[in-house]
Ligand binder design. Sequence first.
Ligand code: FAD
Length: 531
Amino acid sequence: MSDSPTVAIVGSGPIGSAYARVILESTPDARVVMFEAGPQLTAVPGESVRNIADPDEKARAREMSQGPQSGAFRESLGIPAGVVVEGMFTARQGTHLLDFGGPGSAHAPTFPAAAAATNVGGQGAHWTCAIPRPAFSEQVGFIEDAEWEELITTAEGLLHAQSAAFADSPIGAAIRSLLDEEFGAELPAGYGVGTLPVAGDPQPDGSMVWAGANTVLGPLIEEGSRESVRFTLRDLTLVRRIEHEGGVVTGVTIEDLRTKEVSFFAADVVVVAADAFRSPQLLWASGIRPRALGRYLTEHHVVITTVALDEERMGALISQDEFERELARRAQNAADPVASVNRIPFSEPDHPFSLQVMYAENPPFALDPSHPASGNRWGYVNMGYGVRKHPRIEDGVTFDDAELDYRGFPNMTIEYALTDAEQPELDEAHERVRRAGAALGTFVAEPRLLPNGSSLHYMGTMRMGPADDGTSVADPWSRVWGYDNLVVGGNALIPTANTMNPTLMSVAIAVRGARRVVEQFSRAREDQVVR
Ligand code: FAD
């Protein structure tokens, strides 16, 4: 180890940021260099684009994140834009499909909505900020409850968790009351209808400043702080390869995407947090190929609908005054369509689902003006039941050394199928979403299962495990089996079947991994002193 330990982090999303923060705050002489393939979108690195009030500025930031499918920005860098094929799936704003249909595109006909974001802050610059805690079998079984509780609490602190966002919204309260009437008696104590925990800071005007990687980085990006002088973020810098010899990682080979210059960066520890597809791809491209790499892919499937809130039912619960105040509050932050967030969490054995209910002024699609619920003055809810996918070795991504993708990496093929293991819960989710919709108002979109990949929460492809038995990629401290100084991070580590938004869980796992890196540094220093 060098005198001042150096850590290279691949990817600038919430997980890479959590590693940077914990390591730098706990190791006073460590240096962290974070490499990010995409551009910086906002003056504050990694900020949520949802906080950008100007619609044109917001659209530009989203386009800059959309990798091969974005237009003007990519072209200005001399990177050819991908071919957009008519009829193909479109990605959520700020993201780009992996299987985009052009030259160098991944192959994912059975997981067509798989997408990524390529920008400082990663998907964390575009996310919805829902951070429910995993519960029951969603938790990692081999981390003890007391430690897990502390890790999750630390992760909530890093993400500025807010359990009562929009709690004073009378419409939000009315939605909870109607859902409770419908489902309350069936749900166990502590797992009933409630507000959805989110990441961000409530503002005096009732709006939210949403959290991004900047929130997690905290003091690292505050000018003049103790940590900021030891932290470097290099945007538009692609990590091409993890260099290693005899089970020891020596650093990374990087390409500056502005100058095309390729160089080696030496590091004592490398942390790969480059999302659930591109992280295993980078390991594969570097010749690090544990048997479980890319396998056991899961996501949570989503059965969604949109409902126009019922005037009579809402009116019975909300006074005219309260309604007027709600409209005034919504108008203050017209750029942010979400005005209240509610949920029913996962619980076992009887409610193995997460229901997420977002209240907004408008539906998320253009509603035909002739539709009877068009222009509903009470607004709409978009809601979805998260349904778990049970991990199977057959589901996953493979990499082809003989066919390179648009970035010059071994191209990906994703194979994935829903099976009889999921079908009963998918059917039940359809029934439940119908009941929830009927309790709240009139359907303006038929309940439907979104195409595979739509959750954007991809898990399992670098799963952690208690033993090196071929069914996991990383040890319980997120180190790749056989490599003490190669750490992996992100939703890909999650080995369980999950229904909830996974970022909080992945930050908790990252905190554990980062603390182990810190311990390794202090042990190495003690060894040097002894010698
Ligand atoms: P990412 O945020 O994906 O960041 C990875 C970064 O690595 C990217 O910026 C990428 O460009 C970079 N990278 C990749 N390869 C390389 C390379 N070779 N060299 C250098 N850099 C590289 N999660 C929730 O928990 N709750 C939500 O409500 C929620 N809503 C979402 C809504 C949307 C629209 C989206 C897009 C995502 C949402 N998510 C949500 C998912 C959440 O954003 C991710 O779980 C989280 O961002 C994962 O963090 P990460 O750091 O592991 O990866």
